[in-house]
Design a protein around this ligand. Structure first.
Ligand code: BEZ
Length: 356
């Protein structure tokens, strides 16, 4: 087995010296679809939802979310919330390989495991953050339990089942590529993969040498067998809570953010993140932290008075500007440009700009 090398990942501002992550406690609960493991950071805060995360295929909660949750500016946000990081079955560190013939839960069944977690913890509402398959699972959960979801951050969501063309392409790729290469192709763009940065080398190594690669393949199969979420704007099958859709500018799933057009425009923000490749939470934790802060403020959490001077000055510099996306002029658009270094956000019909 190749040795794991220590590599630096793209973090603009990791935890400061002396700033230690909170103690984590890992639990497992039995559900009708098997056991699920999750890790809780922080303590429950009265009248506040828990932040609940769900990771993508090929990752676990740490490899998917650690760079974001350990980012220095994120600390002032997350200290106000208890966090529950779910590992899809068989993805937790040290997970044994499932026996041959094990029936891995479908994504819908993974969503149906979430109430068991919340009941065990006695938590009534959540703000979900999901990436890829995890974004799908949280959306499905929100559709079936709308009263328990206060908000959703959905990174690289693909709400559609694979069509027959996708299946044909998938089968063809499967003839020449290993499972780990296919999953890397799901997580990162071809440009990123051929660039082979330290981040890519790190994740290639993690996935290709994962002791639970057989389990990962089962989660991958469930993802590929997902059914349509069938969002219908204004219909019963739509998300009722505020949603922040995030997509990396190089994300392989860009098309899937047609999702934006199917959700309630008054409740949905769309953030296309510059210079972030396929995994914005790994490569741009700073920008995502800032967008998440505005999202929480929009929901009435994180008043600017409880933020640091730097954060307050950023918020105070919000100014109105013209809408930047005619097609989506009725929805909120958050966009970031690397050249201008701007983050734009705002209510339906116009865009607010803030330098960052
Ligand atoms: C958290 O503080 O929630 C966290 C810390 C490390 C990894 C993931 C999450």
């Amino acid at each position: 087995m190749a040795e794991l090398r220590e590599v630096q990942i793209t973090e603009e501002k990791p935890l400061l010296p002396g700033q230690t992550p909170e103690v984590a406690k890992t639990h497992s609960v039995e559900t009708p679809y098997g056991s699920v493991t999750f890790t809780v950071y922080g303590t429950p805060k009265p009248k506040r939802p828990a932040i609940l995360t769900y990771h993508d295929v090929g990752l676990n909660y740490k490899s998917c979310f650690q760079p974001l949750f350990q980012f220095a500016d994120m600390q002032e946000i997350i200290q106000n919330f208890v966090r529950v990081h779910v590992d899809a079955p068989g993805m937790e560190e040290g997970a044994p390989v499932f026996p041959l013939g094990y029936q891995y839960p479908s994504l819908d069944q993974l969503a149906d495991m979430i109430p068991c977690i919340l009941q065990y913890l006695n938590f009534s509402t959540i703000i979900g953050i999901g990436v890829g398959a995890g974004a799908y699972v949280l959306s499905r959960y929100a559709l079936t339990h709308p009263d328990t979801v206060e908000g959703l951050v959905l990174i690289n969501i693909d709400p559609n089942a694979k069509g027959w063309m996708d299946w044909a392409a998938h089968k063809l790729t499967g003839l020449t590529s290993s499972i780990s290469e296919m999953i890397l192709g799901h997580l990162f763009s071809q440009e990123e993969l051929s660039g082979n940065s330290e981040l890519i080398q790190k994740y290639r190594n993690i996935i290709a040498h994962a002791p639970n690669l057989d389990n990962i393949e089962l989660y991958w199969n469930s993802y590929n067998n997902r059914r349509d979420l069938n969002f219908v704007r204004g219909g019963d099958t739509t998300l009722k809570c505020p949603v922040m859709l995030v997509v990396g500018d190089q994300a392989p799933h860009e098309d899937a953010v047609e999702c934006n057009s199917k959700l309630d425009p008054t409740q949905t923000s769309f953030l296309k993140m510059a210079d972030s490749g396929g995994q914005p939470q790994l490569t741009q934790p700073g920008k995502l932290t800032e967008a998440f802060k505005y999202f929480l403020q929009g929901m009435g959490y994180m008043a600017s008075s409880c933020m640091t001077r730097l954060s307050r000055s950023r918020t105070a510099s919000l100014t109105s500007a013209a809408s930047i996306d005619g097609n989506r002029s009725r929805s909120r658009t958050l966009s970031q440009s690397s050249e201008s270094g701007t983050l734009s956000s705002g209510p339906p019909g116009h865009t607010m700009e803030v330098s960052c």
